[in-house]
Write a protein that binds this ligand. Structure first.
Ligand code: ARG
Length: 465
């Protein structure tokens, strides 16, 4: 390879003219993929070690290149490295600097590899690390959810369907619902790891190489589990990118649904929770306002993150095998989604430590809307041995009567209830109390206080394991 002087691209012997300046600007991914510098250098070191072990390069050249790479690494860390977008991407930038440091011997580094397998190797290593980071953040978030749940086992609130009060539930039970979601998110991220542990390095441009390389050696060095099996698929494959983006999307959707609920509950109409100063912002004109902007941010960001997944899928859907420039956008989408999710999980944790449930209001509100009507129907089934449908219809009549009398069913007298069916027992008055309703939902996974306690215990153990 000729000396890489005067900022000429490595292909300048073949392509005499400079690429159009606009394309040079927009076609460069350096500003995005410079984030991969550590992974790129680590993978390059493993690559040259392998080349030397296989006697493709000499020990002297290997040592020289590794020394040079470490110098470059140090320069980047110490911010002494000058990034120049004319070098297109992080791979070319590092190679170019290596030439400046080592001269022609730097050119041995690219034997038996291509940027196509190089970028995939870097990205997979980065995604492995980042996946663990997100799992860690999910654990932290779930622990805070658990703490909140533990404090609110006996906090009764209305459970909603169709945004209408439906049945009373434990607020702790509601919070544990999100622990279930985040546990599934965690599992989803973990499931992605298997593909991230397949080593793309060594498939070169897309058809393999005639050099006697040892892909198992780099696999071990770079802590992969095995080399990828088909060179063409390897450079074309961005399934692992979609998997990551999908996992981020779904996790963001969970965060968004939670945010939406908290926005509603914080509204003056619901007034079920209060937000501390740390998680509200004011209005420029209305001095009294305390707006839940952070929650709205969380809800909004899920949109961008879902968009990133759709962008990647759209880029891929009509793309022939194998490498095309189209694929270069993958990193921007991955980094963007990762950054958003990290921030969102952090903000979510801030929300959880800076709100308080308005317990009195929650309890009061849980009585609104005849929320124990199902309990009444169930009681009639048990007490009078009626089929459920008959009990349902009797209960509906009692609700109608209550409404006529402008009462809640829980406020009805025994006589009033018995005016619909005189066989109903006196126990009914207890059945209509929200506290007893929650307590009674002891079927596996139900909202009874005992169940919630058990679930919290189970998750505490699981998350700390
Ligand atoms: N920066 C490029 C990317 O991220 C690296 C691969 C370039 N390969 C190529 N044949 N132009 O996609």
């Amino acid at each position: 390879m000729s000396k890489n002087k005067n900022n000429k691209p490595v292909w300048s012997t073949r392509i005499n003219q400079k690429v159009s300046s606009t394309f040079q600007k927009v076609g460069s991914s350096l500003n995005v993929d410079k984030r991969l510098f550590r992974e790129d250098i680590t993978a390059s070191i493993a690559h040259v070690e392998m080349l030397e072990k296989q006697k493709i390069i000499t020990v002297a050249v290997k040592n020289k290149i590794i020394w040079g790479l470490k110098k470059v690494l140090n320069e980047i860390i110490k911010k002494k490295f000058s990034f120049d977008e004319r070098n297109e991407d992080i791979h070319m930038s590092i190679e170019k600097r290596l030439f400046e440091i080592l001269g022609d011997d730097a050119g041995f580094i690219h034997t038996a590899r291509s940027r196509n397998d190089q970028v995939l190797t870097d990205l997979k290593i980065w995604l492995r690390k980042s996946t663990y980071e997100i799992i860690d953040d999910l654990n932290k978030t779930m622990k805070i959810f658990l703490k909140c749940a533990e404090k609110n086992i006996y906090t009764i609130m209305p459970g909603l369907t169709h945004l209408k009060n439906a049945q009373p539930i434990s607020f702790g039970h509601y919070l544990v619902a999100y622990i279930e979601m985040f546990s599934r998110d965690k599992k989803r991220f973990m499931n992605n790891l298997e593909n991230l542990y397949e080593n793309p390095l060594g498939v070169a441009a897309f058809s393999g190489t005639s050099f006697n390389i040892d892909r198992f050696y780099t696999t071990k060095k770079l802590k992969f589990n095995k080399p990828t099996g088909n060179s063409i698929d390897t450079v074309s494959d961005r399934d692992f990118v979609c998997d990551f983006l999908y996992s981020v999307s779904l996790c963001s959707i969970h965060i968004s649904r939670f945010s939406e609920e908290f926005i509603i509950w914080n509204s003056d109409a619901f007034n079920m929770i209060s937000l501390n100063d740390k998680i509200v912002t004011g209005s420029s004109i209305m001095p009294q306002k305390r707006n839940p902007d952070p929650l709205e941010y969380l809800r909004g960001k899920s949109g961008s993150v879902i968009g990133n997944l759709l962008s990647m899928q759209t880029i891929l859907k009509g793309l022939p095998l194998s490498y095309f420039k189209d694929l270069q956008d993958d990193k921007e989408l991955v980094f963007d989604s990762f950054d958003h999710l990290k921030n969102c999980l952090k903000i979510l944790r801030d929300v959880l430590t800076n709100f308080s449930p308005n317990k009195k209001r929650m309890l009061e509100f849980s009585e609104v809307g005849h929320t124990t009507a199902t309990d009444l129907a169930d009681y009639i089934v048990r007490d009078l041995k009626y089929p459920f449908r008959k009990a349902y219809s009797i209960t509906a009549k009692i609700v109608n009567l209550a409404e006529k009398k402008k009462k809640r069913i829980s406020e009805m007298s025994l006589d009033e209830i018995r005016s619909i069916d005189k066989k109903i027992g006196t126990e009914v008055l207890n059945v209509l109390k929200v506290n007893n309703s929650v307590k009674s939902k002891s079927s596996y996974g139900g909202t009874s206080f005992d169940n919630v306690k058990k679930m919290i215990k189970k998750y505490k153990k699981q998350i700390n394991d």
